[in-house]
Design a protein around this ligand. Structure first.
Ligand SMILES: Cc1cc2nc3c(=O)[nH]c(=O)nc-3n(C[C@H](O)[C@H](O)[C@H](O)COP(=O)(O)OP(=O)(O)OC[C@H]3O[C@@H](n4cnc5c(N)ncnc54)[C@H](O)[C@@H]3O)c2cc1C
Length: 409
C-alpha cells in the first residue's frame, strides 16, 4: 500500500505515525513545502517575543522521517491532484502515485484587501520562516501596526511590544478575540491590553499602505493616517486547498470530510486546518483551525487509511489563553443565537475580574467562556463534547468548585 501525505504539520505527522503503527510495511511519502523539522506552530509567537529560541520549536527528532521509514519530499509544493489516476502533481511536472492520500496542508493567512501590500516590512505570521524574516526587520523597526485582534494578531502584538516596539493593534470588531470570546470578556481583555501599553484601536481597518520601497504608514478606514515601519497582518486563516480539484472533491470553506475524515473521493482523506467537519457544539459543519483538533483528525484519518475503522464525533473550538494577567478559557458557542432553544447564564465579579458564562441548548451545554475562574473547564468540555444531558440546576455549573458528584443526580 502506498500512502501519500500532503503537509508535514501536526495533522500530517500524526497521521503518518498512526499509519506506521498499523502498517509496518506500507510505503509512506510526505510532501511539504517547508523543510524545517516538524515544529510547534503556536510556539513561533514565543520565538518572536524572545521567550524561546527557534531550536525549541521541533516537536519530533531530526531523525523522524528515517525512524518511521518515511520518504520525505520537502521544499516541494503540490500543484494538483489527479483523482481518477490516483496521483499528485508536484514541482517540475513530476507525479507521485498513491493508493491512499491525505490532504493535511493546513491553512494560509487570510489575505486582505489593501493597496500597497507589496511594500517591504509587511508580514504574515504563520511559519518559522516568517518569524525569521520578522526578526531580521525588527532590529531596524520602531513603530508597528498589527492588523487583527484574533489569536495571531494578539500574539504578534505582544511579541513586538516585548521587542521594544511602539505597537498599535487595529481591530475591525469592537474588542479583541471576537471569534473566541463574548463581549464582556472581550472588553475586559481590551482594558488589560491597553493597561499593559498596547495601543488598540477598535472598529477600524487599513485601506492602503504607503511608502517608498518599505512601508512608512497606512491610510485607515476613518480617513486618518498612521505612521509605521513594520506591519503584521493577522486577520485569520483560510484552508490551503488551491490545488484541490473542486469538480472531484467537495469543498465548502474547507474540504468536506465524513466521520472517517474521508473526502467525497474514495481513498482521499483530509485532516487539520484544511478540513471541514461537523462541529459538536454548533451542530453544523465548521472549520476549527486549532492544534488539538489537527492532532485528533490526523490520527483518525491515519487509522482509517491503514484499514482500522475509527469514527470522529466532530470538532470543538476551544482555547486556554494567558493574556497578561488574565486566564481565559473558551469553548464551543460563546454567543448564543437569540432563540428560545438557547439559555445563557453568567456570573461576573468586576472587582476581581472573574467571569463565567455558560450557553445551553435545551438541557445540554454547548458553550462556555471563563475569565480568571477557569476551574473545572475540562469537565465542562467533556459535557459539551459528549452532549451529556444536564439534570441538575444549571447554575451549579457556574460555581468553579462544582464536582462530578454533584452532576450524578
Ligand atoms: C502564530 C500562531 C499561533 C497559534 N496558536 C495556537 C494556539 O494557541 N492554540 C491552538 O490550538 N492553535 C494555535 N494555532 C493554530 C495551529 O498552529 C494550527 O491549528 C495547526 O498547526 C494546524 O496543523 P495542520 O497540520 O493542519 O496544518 P499546518 O501546521 O499549517 O501544516 C500544513 C503544512 O502543509 C504545508 N503545505 C501547505 N500547502 C502546501 C502545498 N501546496 N504543497 C506542499 N506543502 C504544503 C504547509 O507549508 C505546512 O507545512 C496557532 C497558529 C499560529 C500561526
Amino acid at each position: 500500500m502506498d500512502y501519500v501525505i500532503l503537509g508535514n504539520g501536526i495533522a500530517g505527522v500524526s497521521a503518518a505515525e498512526t499509519i506506521r503503527q498499523l502498517d509496518p510495511e506500507g510505503g509512506i511519502t510526505i510532501v511539504a513545502d517547508e523543510t524545517f523539522t516538524p515544529y510547534s506552530r503556536p510556539m513561533i509567537a514565543m520565538v518572536l517575543a524572545g521567550e524561546v529560541s527557534s531550536d525549541k520549536l521541533p516537536i519530533r527528532k531530526g531523525s523522524f522521517y528515517d525512524d518511521l521509514r518515511i520518504s520525505a519530499v520537502l521544499g516541494n509544493r503540490v500543484s494538483g491532484i489527479d483523482v481518477d489516476q490516483k496521483r499528485v502533481m508536484i514541482q517540475n511536472d513530476a507525479y507521485l502515485p498513491f493508493d491512499k492520500l491525505l490532504i493535511a496542508t493546513g491553512a494560509d493567512p487570510r489575505p486582505i484587501k489593501a493597496e500597497g501590500l507589496s511594500l517591504n516590512n509587511i508580514f504574515f505570521m504563520r511559519t518559522e520562516a516568517h518569524i525569521r524574516d520578522m526578526l531580521a526587520a525588527i532590529s531596524e523597526a520602531k513603530k508597528a501596526l498589527v492588523l487583527g485582534g484574533g489569536l495571531v494578531g494578539f500574539k504578534a502584538a505582544y511579541g513586538l511590544l516585548k521587542k521594544g516596539l511602539d505597537v498599535t493593534m487595529l481591530i475591525t470588531s469592537g474588542y479583541p478575540l471576537s471569534l473566541q470570546v463574548d463581549e464582556t470578556t472581550g472588553k475586559l481583555i481590551l482594558d488589560e491590553l491597553r493597561n499593559y501599553g498596547l495601543k488598540v484601536r477598535v472598529g477600524i481597518s487599513v485601506e492602503a499602505f504607503e511608502g517608498n520601497g518599505a512601508v512608512a504608514g497606512a491610510r485607515l478606514s476613518d480617513g486618518s493616517h498612521a505612521t509605521c515601519d513594520m506591519v503584521v497582518v493577522g486577520k485569520g486563516v483560510l484552508p490551503a486547498l488551491s490545488f484541490v480539484p473542486r469538480d472531484k472533491i467537495d469543498v465548502d470553506l474547507g474540504i468536506l470530510v465524513s466521520e472517517q475524515m474521508e473526502t467525497s473521493a474514495a481513498g482521499i482523506f483530509a485532516a487539520g486546518d484544511v478540513a471541514e467537519c461537523v462541529d459538536v457544539s454548533r451542530q453544523t459543519r465548521w472549520v476549527n483551525a486549532i492544534w488539538p483538533e489537527a492532532v485528533t483528525q490526523g490520527r483518525i484519518a491515519g487509522s482509517n487509511m491503514a484499514g482500522r475503522p475509527v469514527s470522529y464525533r466532530g470538532s470543538l473550538s476551544r482555547n486556554v489563553l494567558r493574556i497578561l494577567s488574565l486566564d481565559v478559557m473558551t469553548m464551543g458557542m460563546v454567543n448564543a443565537p437569540d432563540t428560545s432553544e438557547y439559555e445563557v447564564i453568567a456570573s461576573l465579579n468586576p472587582g476581581s475580574r472573574t467571569y463565567r458564562k455558560l450557553v445551553f441548548r435545551e438541557n445540554t451545554l454547548c458553550g462556555a467562556v471563563m475569565l480568571n475562574a477557569i476551574e473545572q473547564g475540562g469537565i465542562l468540555m467533556g459535557l459539551i463534547q459528549n452532549e451529556i444531558p444536564i439534570n441538575v440546576p444549571k447554575k451549579v455549573l457556574l460555581q468553579p468548585t462544582f464536582n462530578f458528584k454533584q452532576l450524578m443526580i
